[in-house]
Design a binder for this molecule. Structure first.
Ligand SMILES: [Zn+2]
Length: 253
């Protein structure tokens, strides 16, 4: 059993064959999908997908890239979406100083507003952070206690330790299979299996050997295989443990 805890099947890359990809994932052993909203529109679309397929759940949020456009009306709409029992988390939310598509001074208020929403609704968080680890930690420490997963982990082992100390989960994508990803594999080695989720971030980050192609939930198996190789355990054990983690965290059933 596998769970893809972070994919974007609402994105236009899947417009031609969305239904086939979703049904195919289930047929090939992916038990649950968490489709993650990155904007108000994609949060609404995620919820629609979750309502349509019993094994698909939605996380709703607004990516830091969208921060310059965020307003109070968006927050109200997200709050309304979150009333559905198919919404299992708030995210992806966070800070991104790598691309800086939105200004950092706008990213922080958005992050704080949606953290508050998650706390009000008692929902766990899906965190996106890229080259913004210190600011992210500073904000999250003030919001304790919170339940969070750091998605598409890209930090160093010091950041990893800080996240683990706060009780957060760590989610790894297919980029751990890349030839140059030694740093990420070190993080895989140091993160205990009880704190790891599997994800693809599809359509992005297809695994080594398929780079440049569209990523799909089925490729979560490559993530499990790589974690198994690094840790010296079986892929079945990785699948079992990470699925248990994700089921408890998102309350999937
Ligand atoms: Zn994502």
């Amino acid at each position: 059993m596998y769970i893809d805890t972070h994919c974007h099947l609402d994105f236009p890359e899947f417009d031609q064959d969305r239904e086939a990809v979703i049904k195919g994932s289930k047929a090939q052993g992916i038990d649950f999908l968490v489709n993650v909203g990155a904007s108000l529109k994609s949060s609404g679309d995620s919820l629609e997908l979750a309502k349509k397929y019993p094994f698909v759940y939605a996380s709703i949020g607004i990516h830091p890239h969208e921060a310059d456009r965020f307003n109070a009306e968006d927050e109200k709409k997200l709050r309304a979406f979150a009333q559905s029992e198919k919404v299992v988390a708030i995210g992806e939310i966070g800070l991104d100083y790598y691309r800086n598509f939105s200004r950092p001074e706008n990213q922080k208020p958005l992050f704080l507003a949606l953290l508050k929403l998650a706390k009000d609704l008692n929902l766990p968080l899906v965190i996106h952070t890229r080259q913004a680890e210190n600011d992210t930690l500073e904000i999250l420490k003030k919001m304790q206690p919170i339940s969070a997963v750091v998605h598409c982990f890209s930090g160093d082992t010091q950041f990893l330790k800080a996240c683990l100390d706060l009780g957060f989960f760590i989610s790894f994508t297919c980029n751990i299979t890349y030839k140059k990803a030694e740093g990420l594999r070190q993080a895989v080695a140091q993160a205990p299996l009880e704190r790891i989720f599997l994800e693809t971030d599809a359509p992005y980050l297809a695994p080594e050997g398929l780079r440049g192609k569209r990523n799909e939930p089925i490729n979560v198996k490559y993530v499990a295989a790589e974690i198994a190789r690094v840790k010296g355990v079986s892929a079945e054990e990785v699948a079992r443990a990470t699925s248990e983690n994700a089921k408890n965290f998102f309350k999937l059933k």
